[in-house]
Design a protein around this ligand. Structure first.
Ligand code: 1CP
Length: 333
């Protein structure tokens, strides 16, 4: 059994599994080279030769316990017929979502558009390098996808409040998203993904009164559905203030914490396996500082099933040597 499964399913506390969010891409020179020759990011995510290659790049360098399929959460809006572009320096840029797009959405077009993603998963899952390791498939949670679909740009820049006033449109899109996120999960699992992670990167934008409707209910439905496929599901409701309440209601198999969470506190609050939490900027410091941080996490989670990971993705300016050191140190100590 893979180390991650031993941790999540068997609740083993000595397995010390590690993988990193955004481990493929951005900071790796071998990824940058491919990216520089492939200007259209969506096309790159649909390239069934390059996606398996990029997905396995970090496994060729490091002794990590999982590959995460090279794709993007915005492939779902793309599959639903919305325009999706990634512009250098600007980030994602989506087309307008309108009634025409919504009424044209159908399962056959969605699956046809995303078939290359599933073909790539199938190809990667058969690679011997993944023996006893996991292949992580993923989706964006309905709320985070809704934010990109309605706002059309990263909410990092600003939020278009006018659109968010149209409650009927929002309810309609959330309902569509839940249905198609489930389908995307089903197809990834059928193609060979052995774990699903649900990224809710913008959970922190909501206030308490809206959490039930936009986060707890839809994410629980998707989490329950993933469990019926008999594979573990990990949730990452980034910056949600109350992880305990999220876990009590949604009940995923494991929870990824962000770097604002106090690890000691979460250990008191939560019984299920925990993943992540180390600040990505720790990889920009030096080996002594990084080592101290890893030892701190090891000590805190000594008697709790814990998967080493970060509190958000690997930063583009990270030196791959530091990633190598982190992984080696987790494994050797
Ligand atoms: O221009 C480029 O070179 C593209 C950069 C890039 C990469 C490498 C984007 C655009 N997406 C990805 C890959 C990706 N995205 C992966 C697979 C790689 C891996 O993990 O190793 C995954 C899991 C994601 C998930 C993702 N995409 C999230 C959730 C995690 C998170 O970071 O919070 C989100 C919010 C996105 C949207 C997105 N895609 C790309 C960018 C620059 C963004 C973020 C935009 C923003 O800041 O709002």
């Amino acid at each position: 059994m893979s180390l991650i499964r031993r941790c999540i399913v068997e609740k083993e506390t000595t397995a010390n599994p590690i993988w990193l969010m955004r481990q493929a891409g951005r900071y790796l020179p071998e990824f940058r080279k491919i990216r520089s020759q492939n200007e259209n990011f969506v096309d790159l995510c649909l390239n069934t030769n390059l996606v398996p290659e990029i997905t396995l790049q970090p496994l060729k360098r490091f002794n990590i316990d999982a590959a995460i399929i090279f794709s993007d959460i915005l492939m779902i809006p793309y599959g639903l017929g919305q325009k999706v572009n990634f512009t250098k320096g600007l980030g994602p840029e989506l087309g307008i979502i309108n009634q025409e797009i919504i009424s044209n959405i159908n399962k056959i077009d969605f699956e046809e558009k995303l078939k290359p993603v599933y073909d790539s998963i199938n190809k990667v899952s058969n690679n011997p390098i993944l023996k006893n390791k996991d292949l992580i498939g993923f989706v964006g949670a309905p709320w985070t996808l809704l934010v990109y679909m309605i706002n059309r740009y990263s909410p990092k820049k600003n939020i278009n409040k006018v659109f968010f006033k149209d409650k009927k449109l929002i309810d309609n899109i959330i309902e569509i998203l839940v249905k198609y996120i489930k389908l995307h999960i089903y197809n990834q699992v059928k193609s060979g993904a052995s774990i699903i992670q649900i990224f809710d990167s913008w959970a922190g934008l909501l206030t308490d009164k809206d959490l039930e409707k936009y986060i707890y209910l839809p994410t629980k439905e998707i989490t329950d559905y993933t469990k019926t496929l008999k594979i573990p599901v990990i949730c990452f409701p980034r910056n949600i203030k109350n992880y305990k309440k999220f876990v009590d209601i949604v009940n995923p198999d494991a929870i990824n914490i962000d770097y604002n969470v106090e690890p000691e506190q979460i250990l008191n609050d939560i019984d299920i396996p925990i993943q992540g939490g180390i600040h990505p900027k720790m990889l920009l410091t030096d080996k002594i500082t990084l080592k101290k941080e890893v030892l701190k996490f090891k000590r805190i989670f000594e008697n709790h099933p814990y998967i080493f990971n970060l509190g958000h993705g690997v930063l583009p300016e990270t030196d791959p040597d530091m990633v190598e050191y982190l992984i080696k140190f987790v494994k050797d100590n």
